[in-house]
Ligand binder design. Structure first.
Ligand SMILES: NC(=O)c1ccc[n+]([C@@H]2O[C@H](COP(=O)([O-])OP(=O)(O)OC[C@H]3O[C@@H](n4cnc5c(N)ncnc54)[C@H](OP(=O)(O)O)[C@@H]3O)[C@@H](O)[C@H]2O)c1
Length: 334
């Protein structure tokens, strides 16, 4: 019988995430009950939000010591005791960091194949949560119009790299904010951003101001904190801020909020709007058709960062939080 490797949460972190937070264990092979499906994990999605789940309840229940580390995955059905699922089907599921999981069929999303000639992993990057988050957050919350200036933070990451490119497709001037000169160079040389600003550089605020001579109309905020603050001060009247996440706060013991709230919101008549990608489920078909069209036409480039090996999961998440990834980070498990 195959073994079921699992990463359990040994203890909840109180400051920066370290590998000892996770404990490798071998669990029993689960067997599916009525209405359940046994799946084998193939690729685990690594997401900045994985760390946020350790602080308390969010849009999902809080994680606690002893739990299998949670995480979404692209998985394959091994055995089904639920109608509509058969061995070999590919699904998106919250398997957690383990080889096998028996899950209620209600919580599985059946995945089609990636379009011909495109890798299966695109189902987890551009056609998965990252692509849909970029699409809905930018187009619905941000409401960008051609000719406007769009700024996006964590611009080299999975969501940000797609946001910037979609904004270009919509005819906007696009500025990315990312950590380090190399990541910034990649945004302009490979992904078509008009400019990129390194938030780790000492003159960040000055550089940002110089990169947006006409001010910011739409800011897609992945990070919160001081980067959000710098953008707030450069927003144009009636600007829109799409609040996607706050990665600068996830791995830090205390949250650091921006100045300018609510003062600048009032004087500049800004709209700041949070969203969760699941809110838009009923519009996924239209979004996926657009995303597929842009990938096929070469307007949207997909960057993936695939780490090989189950045992790499803890360090791959720690690395993501430190900015080691470019594009969608995932771990190939089997
Ligand atoms: N609202 C939703 O429905 C939804 C859905 C999915 C994801 N999200 C959010 O989208 C954001 C991106 O998540 P992701 O999973 O796609 O990760 P990601 O962008 O691929 O990776 C996270 C990136 O954040 C940057 N970062 C880390 N610490 C930072 C800091 N202190 N200040 C500024 N940047 C920092 C790093 O890049 P650098 O090298 O640039 O530092 C890192 O590569 C997160 O806030 C996440 O919560 C929201």
């Amino acid at each position: 019988m195959p073994t079921n490797r699992q990463f359990l949460i040994d203890h909840l972190p109180t400051s920066k995430l370290t590998p000892d937070v996770f404990r490798l264990s071998e669990g029993a092979m689960p067997s599916p009950g009525d209405g359940e499906v046994l799946v084998r994990t193939r690729y685990v999605s690594l997401d900045a939000a994985n760390r946020a789940w350790m602080w308390g309840a969010t849009y999902r229940a809080a994680l606690k010591a002893g739990d299998v580390m949670a995480g979404g995955a692209l998985a394959e059905v091994v055995e089904s005791r639920a109608p509509g699922f058969a061995p070999g089907d590919l699904v998106w599921a919250d398997t957690g960091w383990q080889d096998y999981a028996a899950l209620n069929a209600k919580h599985l999303e059946k995945l089609g194949k990636a379009p011909a000639g495109q890798p299966l992993t695109y189902m987890m990057s551009v056609y998965g949560v990252a692509g849909l988050t970029a699409y809905f957050g930018l187009l619905d919350c941000g409401q960008p119009r051609a000719g406007e200036t769009v700024v996006v933070s964590a611009a080299g990451g999975s969501v940000g790299s797609l946001v910037g490119q979609i904004a270009k497709i919509k005819g906007c001037r696009v500025v990315g904010i990312a950590g380090g000169a190399d990541k910034c160079a990649l945004l302009t040389s490979e992904l078509g951003f008009d400019a990129a600003v390194d938030y780790k550089a000492p003159e960040f605020s000055k550089a940002l101001r110089a990169a947006v001579p006409k001010g910011i109309d739409v800011y897609f905020d992945n990070v919160g904190g001081s980067v959000l603050e710098a953008c707030l001060f450069n927003m144009n009247n009636n600007g829109r801020i799409a609040c996607c996440g706050a990665v600068s706060q996830y791995d830090a013991p205390s949250a650091h909020g921006p100045r300018g709230v609510p003062g600048l919101i009032v004087t500049k008549r800004l709209t700041m709007r949070g969203f969760i990608v699941m809110d838009y489920e009923d519009q996924n078909a239209k979004a996926l058709a657009d995303l597929q069209g842009w990938v096929a036409s070469g307007q949207l480039k997909v960057r993936e960062d695939i780490v090989d090996g189950f045992e790499q999961l803890p360090n791959a998440l720690i690395g993501l939080l430190a900015g080691a990834n470019i594009g969608k980070r995932m771990v190939k498990v089997s």
